[in-house]
Design a protein around this ligand. Structure first.
Ligand code: 9WN
Length: 446
């Protein structure tokens, strides 16, 4: 794409982010998600950092205003002005104020992947006003540390040393085939659908969203966690779902690398972050790397079973600068294999699931389509490990496609359809980041 076309797309991305801005944070989309989501805000702030430094900082400050006393950063922060019928489960469902959440803000009780420290570092690196960015880092650093401490203290499995999630919503890839077996084992109360109503299906084609069978398991798990008031120690004995996710842990290690850099910028002791990142990385390699499949897989710690499937989650550790050469080589080979075809002209973005699997579905939630956030992380990983041409092909394919069809939530990898919300915020934000990088690379080459 020419520089003028890239600038034009940056302008369109900015329009989406402006339209979804709600004064102190950005909603993921007007159709489906009218509140603030945790990892969405991190991705959104990365895009914003190129065009509105203040807004990028405010986005994350707002999110961390809803941080719980135990350090968790909640999956959803509810906007009190939005009627409760607009999204299910609403704040009435979670009752967070009664069960450990902050006093004046309603949130969900779950968490999402910890990509925030990485986003804060990007904000600093892209800042026009370094002094303000430094002040921002100084304020937010202790909160980022408290957030990761929550994960290391309350959500770490003693045996593997890795962080586990207790609900598919916590992985951000809610409907991934990685959760099929553990979800299939969940005992569900019979009256779920007489008590609750899904809201997503009033906006979106049911063929693109998780089935009712899956959804009732989501609700069941949320009810069980709520029944112990989101107390992790009390929940330990009754957990029906506890899974170690390579995406969640890969992002955690990547964010600990970012915290090391942030600590250095702030002139405080940074070695604990390097140690945390190395520890998580090494445990992932021992516990989750599947040599035969050449990707990282997930581990169900309730049943002690690994889900041996190739998904985009298994490629996310590529983001780590310190990934050993042999593992990096395995993952890089996988990216060009029949399972993903990344950067090959016929595939848009990074498919969320193995293109070669018999149950690959090009349009169903996290079971085939490409999302921009996961594609963006793989793109960063390819760049990190010197695959500049492949990374450029991946970015250009996505940029051109989005420029043609719009900022949708997800895309068929063969380019034949787009789904979910239109004008989706992280799509706009991360495409914006890719456009800026593409322009910078072109300038550096010239
Ligand atoms: C539940 C907001 C969120 C994303 C998730 C995505 C989807 C919610 C839903 O939307 O999940 O959190 O209702 O389906 O799976 O990654 O953060 O954009």
């Amino acid at each position: 794409m020419s520089e003028t076309e890239l600038d034009e797309l940056i302008g369109r991305a900015r329009d989406v982010l402006d339209a979804n801005w709600r004064g102190t944070s950005t909603i993921p989309s007007q159709i489906l998600y009218p509140h603030q989501w945790s990892w969405d805000s991190a991705f959104i702030s990365i895009g914003l950092s190129h065009i509105h430094q203040d807004r990028a900082q405010t986005e994350l400050r707002t999110l961390f205003d809803s941080q719980w006393e135990d350090g968790r950063v909640p999956q959803i922060t509810f906007n009190p002005e939005i009627p409760s019928e607009a999204y299910f489960p609403s704040s009435d469902f979670w009752q967070s104020r009664d069960f450990g959440g902050p006093d004046r803000i309603d949130t969900s009780g779950l968490v999402q992947p910890p990509v925030h420290a990485r986003a804060c570092l990007e904000i600093y690196r892209n800042a026009e006003d370094r002094d303000r960015a430094l002040e921002f880092l100084r304020d937010i650093y202790p909160r980022l540390v408290a957030w990761h401490r929550y994960l290391f203290t309350h959500r770490t499995d003693d045996e593997s040393g890795l962080v586990f999630v207790i609900h598919p919503w916590e992985t951000g890839l809610d409907n991934s085939p990685l959760w099929d077996e553990p979800l299939g084992e969940i005992r569900v109360e019979s009256d779920i659908w007489s008590r609750f109503t899904r809201r997503d299906l009033s906006h979106i084609d049911h063929r693109d969203r998780p089935s009712n069978d899956v959804y009732e398991r989501f609700i069941q798990l949320a009810l069980e966690y709520r029944s112990v008031h989101y107390n992790d120690a009390e929940y330990a004995d009754m957990r029906q779902f506890a899974v170690i996710d390579p995406l969640f842990n890969g992002i955690l290690a990547w964010s600990e690398e970012a915290l090391e850099e942030i600590a250095t910028i702030l002139g405080v002791e940074s070695s604990a972050h390097r140690a945390n990142s190395d520890r998580v990385r090494d445990a992932m390699i021992t516990q989750l790397f599947d040599e035969e499949l050449s990707v990282f897989v997930s581990l169900d710690i309730v049943r002690g079973v690994r889900a041996r499937k190739c998904t985009v989650s298994g490629l996310i550790p590529l983001t780590l600068a310190s990934l050993p050469a042999d593992i990096t080589e395995h993952l890089l080979q996988k990216t060009t294999s029949v399972h993903f075809h990344i950067g090959d002209g016929d595939v848009i973005g990074v498919p969320s699931y193995d293109l070669d699997a018999s149950d690959f579905n090009p349009r169903l939630y996290w079971r085939g389509p490409a999302w921009v956030n996961t594609s963006w992380m793989v793109w960063r990983g390819l760049r990190q490990h010197g695959r500049m041409d492949q990374a450029a092909r991946l970015a250009n394919g996505l940029i051109e496609h989005v420029s043609r069809v719009g900022f949708y939530e997800y895309f068929n990898p063969d380019g034949s359809g787009q789904h979910g919300s239109s004008d989706f915020s992280w799509t706009a934000a991360l495409i914006l980041d890719m456009c800026v990088t593409t322009k910078t690379d072109a300038t550096a080459k010239a």
